[in-house]
Design a protein around this ligand. Sequence first.
Ligand code: ADP
Ligand code: MG
Length: 267
Amino acid sequence: MTQPAMSEARRYQQLRAQLAYLKLNEAADALPRILDAARTERLSLTAALERLLEIEVESTEARKLASRLRFSCLPEPWSISDFDFSAQPGVDEKLIRDLATLRFLDDASNVLFVGPPGVGKTMLSVGLARSAVEAGHRVYFTTAADLAARCHKAALEGRWATCMRFFAGPRLLVIDELGYLPLPGDGASALFQVINQRYLKSSTILSTNVGIADWAGAFGDATVAAAMLDRLLHRATVVGIDGPSYRLRAHQNHADKLRQAVNSRAS
Ligand code: ADP
Ligand code: MG
């Protein structure tokens, strides 16, 4: 059919079908709305096209973000802005804000959170990881025990190389809770290999309750511990948190409230 013979209605149908064929579904859905706006607001052709494609770009970005978030396996929806710095005097707010700019990803440096339970190590790790996901990076969150178990299983099933490739992949890998559970036999060496292959290539955030001086004891193997620390610390920001436990603080508040309630009923 020649173009002039094509009716406006037909042309509209065809345009919509073409957008759908190209899988620009949001743009296809928005087409009638944008055409109406173009007429009533007297938009230029460029402005109308720009508005139409902006809708598609926004929905693609949202889809990609959702997919990166799903992949990252972040255990909580925390972000850095949820962290109450006034409740944790043991944390240097300026340092955390600086880390949140994600410059550490550019030179593949690492972040180590060291401190006792409940001080916010996981929360800060998740917060930084979330910032990285939102900035478009591939992020993966795991615990030291899970990583060790996964590598062990992979070795048994002849998938060691695939497993190592998986842990090498993310731009940021978070390894939480090192030292909480004893790593199984080959766990320390699996962890070392993961750290070693990421060394100088991509960043790792590691959180642990074991002071760096005690790593040798915690791994049972002083040589592996030294080699791992050597890689991890070569380019790293170490955030030692020795403030009060937020978890215990919550318990304390809860206990105080209960006590007050009991007392007021008794009086
Ligand atoms: P850790 O990993 O050091 O054991 P978490 O990060 O899991 O501690 O924190 C324990 C709990 O306390 C979590 O629910 C966390 O959200 C909360 N929490 C810890 N520190 C803070 C803080 N400074 N502001 C707000 N919530 C906090
Ligand atoms: Mg934790």
